[in-house]
Structures are given as structure tokens and as C-alpha cells.
Design a protein. Structure first.
Length: 181
């Protein structure tokens, strides 16, 4: 019989797709106000892996990924996705989003994104939100993509960034666990 235990806290990661880089000056304080101080921020990445958002948001599109200092409970992800959906709506113009925010979390073995879209590999986590297993971590191979991994998250630049986030997460997790010994 397995003995249930609480999962480790996770590193909150929010991907941001934006059509106007100056909007980041509005997005950044919204995210910090909701989720606390930032720990790491990716460089601007040109989002050329898909044209999925062009119709709604225009082109070109840019991506920046935010990582937060404080670790979160893994079961907070659905509530976090609802908050970021509210930010998207607040920043919309004429019914179209100008910003797409994709919250997720990273733990030592995987990277999860939250979505409102159901699909066979997504697990319902409550509050009309699903968890998408986006990347898995292997000690021998690092982050591994899956058949459904979004192309931008499969890119070398984002995998490299998330690998650094994982390194920082492990340091943070060790410090937290050391506090309770």
C-alpha cells in the first residue's frame, strides 16, 4: 500500500506571449502583485514556432518567461490560471487579447502548464482548468519533450532556460527542507 504524502512545493513559471513589448511594463507589476517577487526572467524570445495566435493578437509575437521567488503548492495552479485569465481579459482590446499568460510549475521531475482546454493527456485539476504535462526530466537526458509539447517549449532556448530554473528550484527546495529539520 502506498502512503499518501504532501507533494513538494513547486516553482511558479508564467509564460507571456505579447504583441507589443511595451505592454510588459503593465504585465510585470500585475504578476508581481499577484504572485510575489520575480526570481528569474528569460530574455525576449521571438515567437516564430506557430502562427496560432496571429489572428487574435497580430504579428510578430514575442515571448518572455517569468519565474517567481516563492515556491507554491502544486494544487494552487488552477486558481493561478484563473487569475492570469483575468489579467488577459483586463488587457484585451476590442475582444482580442494583447497578452497571453500561461502559468505552470516546475518540480524536479516535470514541467506542467495550466490550460482551460481539455485533451486526452491533460488531467482535470478543478476550477475548469487542466494540467498539461509539457516536459519530463530525466537525469541522463535532461528535459524531454513529449508528442504534444508546444513547439516553443520544445525549443533549445526555452529548455536551456528551464534547466537553469530547475537548478535554482533544487537549491530553493533544499533550503526549505533544511528549515524543517
Amino acid at each position: 500500500m502506498s502512503t499518501p504524502k504532501s507533494p513538494d512545493p513547486a516553482k511558479l513559471v508564467v509564460g507571456c506571449i505579447i504583441n507589443d513589448k511595451s505592454l510588459i511594463n503593465t504585465v510585470y507589476p500585475m504578476l508581481e502583485g499577484a504572485f510575489g517577487p520575480m526570481d528569474m526572467i528569460s530574455a525576449w524570445l521571438n515567437f516564430a514556432y506557430t502562427n496560432y495566435y496571429y489572428r487574435e493578437m497580430g504579428s510578430p509575437l514575442f515571448r518572455k518567461v517569468f519565474v517567481f521567488k516563492h515556491l507554491i503548492a502544486q494544487d494552487d495552479l488552477a486558481e493561478i490560471k484563473q487569475k492570469t485569465n483575468g489579467f488577459e481579459m483586463r488587457l484585451s482590446e476590442n475582444g482580442n487579447r494583447c497578452v497571453n499568460l500561461d502559468p505552470g510549475y516546475l518540480v524536479s521531475s516535470r514541467f506542467i502548464l495550466a490550460t482551460g482546454k481539455e485533451y486526452s493527456h491533460r488531467i482535470y485539476i478543478g476550477n475548469k482548468i487542466y494540467a498539461d504535462l509539457t516536459l519530463m526530466y530525466s537525469k541522463t537526458e535532461g528535459f524531454k519533450t513529449l508528442d504534444w509539447t508546444y513547439p516553443d517549449y520544445a525549443s533549445d532556448s526555452l529548455i536551456s532556460f528551464l534547466s537553469r530554473v530547475r537548478d535554482k528550484y533544487l537549491i530553493d527546495l533544499k533550503a526549505i527542507k533544511g528549515q524543517y529539520k
